[in-house]
Each structure stands twice: as structure tokens, then as C-alpha cells.
Design a binder for this molecule. Structure first.
Ligand code: ZN
Length: 451
């Protein structure tokens, strides 16, 4: 058994039931599990590996609940820079149709590297198009390589333009094949055990790209195999209008009608979730992935997150796909969540600590996990430290925890995922980021220009 001691942190943010913040605190891990957390007087004298965190804040690893990592290849594409959701999608679908397995793997590595360096230790990813032999396995292998805890969502599109859907016909799959591949992925990769590094999620893309039949079959498959469900819902006004026109229901009513509510379901965005939808989600403990940057980028609106939290809806944060953010900085997303809540709902709508809670405990709950999201004995050894001594935080150290959210977001100095040191002194140890970025840029040029 290997022990790891992180000690002497200026502040340990536990996110435990009492939300303790410990000055001069430590975290002790044995293999991949935390075994002790406390103040300087209780710290053990030594361990196999000891890291001194003077000048740092130590936090539970952040949890990202919504992403499309392949989109890292199509950031800031000129034709999609200034469009709304449906226009943006229509500009990008033909480009994404050229995606290859190598592109999926490399873009996933890029997105994961960016996330890890921003404090993320667990992420979901929603891959929903599989042209040219692409498979979700390409993403899962990238997660293995880089060392991220990963919930891989098997997305799908089955209703193309000719059938009244949004995506081109060439990008949709047969519904039987979607369900068979999803079952194969669950059997091959899904680990239901505590502290699991790999989980599979059943995730048809959105109400405007799959049929009600596939949504129902997907829910049945997920429930018979004990995995979670994820999709997009009520992202903007057009999305609501489509739902009313096509199904005669609000997005929340449609989700309920399909069986897509419950503690095993989380929906991305929910910007336009109405009051009865909020109460339905609270009653059924249906989760929401709040993606503030993406909602601003596409001018989708301001999600009623304070109302959701007040009613008890589980809410986590998502950076969303890299073509609508176009950054994958999760601590930066915490900052945007706090700021956007204030734009929409007033200066007291969200504190810095509430925003951090969305990205830790909130994300864990949304993903259906009670073994991550806090620093407590028995939980996964997933923790991140940020150095307080840089320029960006200078003058804010009277409250170093709030400083991480109010000031320009720093990069993680240390990241431990499942007991393994993945970032040390600000450097990612599992992947050479310079080589990765070069390769990623080559593939991006090929994808966008069709070279
Ligand atoms: Zn999305």
C-alpha cells in the first residue's frame, strides 16, 4: 500500500457536511482513497510521498458534467463564430462529418489535458457522432492514457433533415445499431464499483436529433443495466419552440413523458426550464449541467440556477463543447457561473463558495457519485492545489478561497487523481502538451479545411 501526504496547505477546502476550511491542513491518502483529513496538529509525521503545500489552497478535484471534447478541433471556426444554437450546429455538422478515430483520440486528449490543468479530476464527455469508423472507445482509451476519471456518454443522432431533424442525413445512425453499440460499450467498459475510473452513460443527443422511440428505448437500456442517462434539454427558445411544435409539450413535459427524469438522469443547459419544470426536477432529483460560457457564447440565455438550487435540483457545472465555449477551463467556468448568476439574478444570487460547490459536490451528485466531490476519509483521492503566490491573486489573500473564483483563474499546481500524481509544479506528467498541441493543430487544419 502506498501513502501520499499533502500537508501544510494554507487552506484545505473540504466540502464536507460542515463545509470546513482548515488552515495549515493536510490530506492523507492510501492508494486511491483518502484516509485522513485534518489540521496541522493531527498531521502524520511522514508517508511514502510527502508534498508540502505552503502557499496553496487544496480542494476536492473539480467535476465537469458536460463536454464534447472532439469539438476542440473546431474552436472559433469563422462561419460559426456569431450564430445562435441551430445556425452554429448547421455550420459545423459538415465539418464534423470528416471526423476520424485519430481525431477523436487526439482532441479528447487535448480537452482532457486542458481540463486537468484547470483543476478537473472527473469529467463526462458526450460524443454523439460516429462517422468514418469513430467509436467511443477512442475517447475511453485517451482517458486511460492521460489518467482522468471519466464518464463516457454514448451520444447518438437518428433523425436527419429529411425526417424533420436538424443534422444532415449522412450523420445519423440506425436506432438498432445505436442501442447495440451502447450495450456493447456498457458490457466492455462500465465499472459500477465505488471509486470507478470508467463509467458509461446512455445519451441520445437532443430532442431535435433523435426520435421519442429511441429516447424511451435508451431509458429502458440504461435502467436494465444500471447506468445513467444524459441529453441536452431546453437550451434556448428555439429548442422550446421545436418541442412545442413537434411534440406538443414543453421540454420538461417531454422529458417526463419519456421517463427521462430521476436521480439517474441529468440534462445539459436547461436555460429555459420553466417553474413547473424546476419543481418536477426537484421532486424527481433530476440533475442539470449548467454551462454558463456556452450559454453566453450562443446567447441562449441565463439559466435559473438560483431557483433550481433553492428548490433542491442537483446542479453541476459543464464547460460544454469546445466549439461553443471555446475554453475548457473548469475553474474559469466556476467564475463565469458566479458572474452570470449575478447578471441574471442580482449580486447576492451566488457566492464564490456556492459556485465552487457546484463544481465539486454538485457535479458529483449530478453524475450519481458519492465517492468524489469532497475531501473526506473513504472518498476517492482526487484533489487539486492552486498556488496563491502569483500575480493574479496578489492582494486577495485575506480570503484565498474566494480569490480563486473572483480573480483570473490560475492553472492547477498539483493534481492527484485516484491517488496518482498527474500534475506536479504546474506540469502535466502523463502527456507532453507541446507535442499534443502540434498534432492537434495538424488534425484541426485537416478537419476544418478538408485537406
Ligand atoms: Zn452540449
Amino acid at each position: 500500500m502506498a501513502t501520499l501526504l499533502l500537508r501544510n496547505a494554507d487552506r484545505v477546502v473540504t466540502m464536507d457536511a460542515r463545509r470546513r476550511e482548515i488552515e495549515g491542513g493536510f490530506v492523507l491518502a492510501e492508494d486511491n482513497r483518502i484516509v485522513a483529513v485534518g489540521g496541522p496538529d493531527a498531521a502524520p509525521a511522514t508517508a511514502d510521498t510527502v508534498i508540502d503545500l505552503a502557499g496553496h489552497v487544496l480542494l476536492p478535484g473539480l467535476v465537469n458534467t458536460h463536454h464534447h471534447m472532439f469539438q476542440s478541433l473546431t474552436r472559433a471556426v469563422p462561419a460559426a463564430q456569431d450564430a445562435d444554437l441551430f445556425g452554429w450546429l448547421k455550420a459545423l455538422y459538415p465539418i464534423w462529418a470528416r471526423l476520424t478515430p485519430e481525431m477523436v483520440r487526439i482532441s479528447t486528449l487535448t480537452a482532457m489535458a486542458e481540463l486537468i490543468l484547470s483543476g478537473c479530476t472527473t469529467s463526462s464527455d458526450h460524443l454523439y457522432l460516429f462517422p468514418n469508423g469513430c467509436r467511443l472507445d477512442d475517447s475511453l482509451e485517451a482517458a486511460d492514457e492521460i489518467g482522468l476519471r471519466f464518464h463516457a456518454a454514448r451520444g447518438a443522432m437518428s433523425v436527419g433533415e429529411s425526417a424533420g431533424g436538424l443534422p444532415p442525413d449522412a450523420l445519423v445512425e440506425d436506432e438498432g445499431a445505436i442501442l447495440a453499440d451502447t450495450r456493447r460499450l456498457i458490457e466492455t467498459w462500465h465499472d459500477p464499483a465505488p471509486l470507478a475510473m470508467r463509467r458509461i452513460v446512455v445519451a441520445p443527443c437532443s430532442p431535435f436529433s433523435v426520435s421519442p422511440g429511441l429516447m424511451r428505448d435508451a431509458a429502458a437500456l440504461a435502467r436494465s443495466t444500471g447506468v445513467s442517462l444524459h441529453t441536452h434539454l431546453a437550451e434556448n427558445q428555439d429548442d422550446v419552440a421545436y418541442s412545442r411544435e413537434r411534440f406538443g409539450m414543453t421540454p420538461a413535459e417531454y422529458a417526463a413523458d419519456l421517463g427521462w427524469v430521476g436521480p439517474d438522469v441529468w440534462h445539459a443547459h436547461c436555460v429555459k426550464l420553466d417553474e413547473s419544470g424546476i419543481r418536477l426536477f426537484a421532486r424527481t432529483r433530476t440533475g442539470v449541467a449548467h454551462c454558463p460560457c456556452s450559454n453566453m457564447r450562443l446567447a441562449s440565455g441565463i439559466a435559473p440556477v438560483p431557483r433550481m438550487r433553492c428548490e433542491g435540483v442537483p446542479v453541476g457545472l459543464g464547460v460544454d463543447g469546445s466549439a461553443s465555449n471555446d475554453a475548457g477551463h473548469l475553474l474559469g467556468e466556476v467564475r463565469q457561473a458566479m458572474l452570470l448568476a449575478r447578471v441574471g439574478h442580482g449580486p447576492a444570487a451566488m457566492t464564490a463558495r456556492e459556485a465552487l460547490e457546484l463544481a465539486t459536490l454538485g457535479g458529483a451528485r449530478v453524475l450519481g457519485r458519492d465517492d468524489i466531490g469532497a475531501l473526506e476519509p473513504g472518498l476517492a483521492a482526487d484533489c487539486v492545489a492552486f498556488d496563491l503566490r502569483g500575480l493574479a491573486l496578489a492582494g486577495a489573500l485575506h480570503d484565498p478561497v474566494a480569490a480563486l473564483v473572483f480573480c483570473a483563474p490560475p492553472a492547477a499546481a498539483l493534481s492527484v487523481i485516484n491517488g496518482r500524481i498527474v500534475v506536479r509544479d504546474g506540469r502535466l506528467l502523463t502527456v507532453d502538451t507541446r507535442v499534443l498541441a502540434e498534432r492537434h493543430n495538424r488534425l484541426s487544419r485537416r478537419l476544418v479545411n478538408g485537406e
